[in-house]
Design a protein around this ligand. Sequence first.
Ligand code: UD1
Ligand code: CA
Length: 452
Amino acid sequence: MSLDIVILAAGQGTRMRSALPKVLHPVAGKSMLGHVIDTARQLSPRKIHVVIGHGAELVRERLAADDVDFVLQAEQLGTGHAVAQALPHIEADKVLILYGDVPLTQVETLSRLLEQASDTQLGLLTVNLADPTGYGRIIRDEAGIVQAIVEHKDASEAQRAIREGNTGILAVPGKRLGDWLGRLSNSNAQGEYYLTDVIAMAVADGLVVATETAQEEMEVLGANDRIQLAQLERYYQQRAARRLMTQGVTLLDPARFDLRGEVTVGRDVQIDINVILEGKVVIEDGVQIGPNCVIKDSTLRRGAIVKANSHLEGAELGEGADCGPFARLRPGAKLGAKAHVGNFVELKNAVLGEGAKAGHLSYLGDAEIGARTNIGAGTITCNYDGANKFKTVMGEDVFIGSNSSLVAPVTLGDGATTGAGSTVTQDVPAKALAVGRAKQRNIEGWKRPTKQ
Ligand code: UD1
Ligand code: CA
């Protein structure tokens, strides 16, 4: 059976008190709607329809994709009205309805729900709540068969005592949906066209409403304010931390670890506190990451070490290489096996060969540095003339004296040396010493100024 998914995302989200549309607020670095769309994709639908309203232009711009079709709901007249806007685009036998502000539902839960839906049956996801205030209540007959959903505001005292709440997530036969939505009325406490009224209509038409229950409440929690947003964030992070630990990672404190992207990990990886992983990160066996590091879109090969307070983006550390504390590796920074970058060293688009070292206080940009080359403290590649960038190339076993300025474009051959404090503006042949500094002169008997 084919599947169309409708994601409702038109609401304003007043309680966020934000200029940003609610569904664009991030959980783990990705918008809530982005999470829902990614989950939807895993169910291989024919099409994903996102109903937008508040902040429609921005939502469309941020989440445009080939398999996503945006439908505008100009006025928010209720969840039933919202789904109705997508109707003209729906063709599949089954329709699954999701919410742009309910980001963390598991694919497995939705798959189970979809198995319940057929031409003669609806699948309804419910949740048992300690405090069901605000939720639609699931009304069952004596035999336990679902009859209807009654919204909190429309419910009697007896109905409000029901703890089984509607998550809103629903799988319905596509062919019947148009008929039911067309018959909705807004004569209720909120004056809205309720999607939930479809349940009683389906029952009246002789269909069965089968239910699935979410295992954890957080899976179906929507974020209406920033407090709930933070709860979702923590839930996500706890899950991520647990998953990594089961894969063989030691987290010194799972409550002080944040994943804002995707990470693949090897075994015996150790991650100290307050580490943030962003984008796509690959961590191989035996890697150690010290406290307070931010690592984005980077690869750490087997046995690499990132020491405290380092910041990596678009970087690669080779086997057994190390950086930090306080290293800044910008895009294109690549350390060969056993290479070393120490404190207050910034690398951008710079490749260090095997065993090369830059121990202290340097800027190395647009540079190719050969194996075993040693860069003295304070060395700067002058790669930018204010208009264009140029490259610095060093061979193997080069020794750069401290505080050298290498004015690119410049090439230093294998085994070349620069004297400390040199400004190197010309190529240096292999094995030569370049001294590019004023010659020292001593003034004998020099009298220091005295205070007047
Ligand atoms: C809805 C359900 C309720 C359920 C609860 C779970 C209905 C009538 N009620 O109530 O049974 O327990 O969710 O959280 O469906 N939306 C639109 N367009 C609209 C109205 C809503 O896109 O015209 C979107 C909102 O942005 C939101 C979602 O639909 O993401 C739910 O709408 P909301 O008004 O919050 O429904 P609830 O009153 O919470
Ligand atoms: Ca709601």
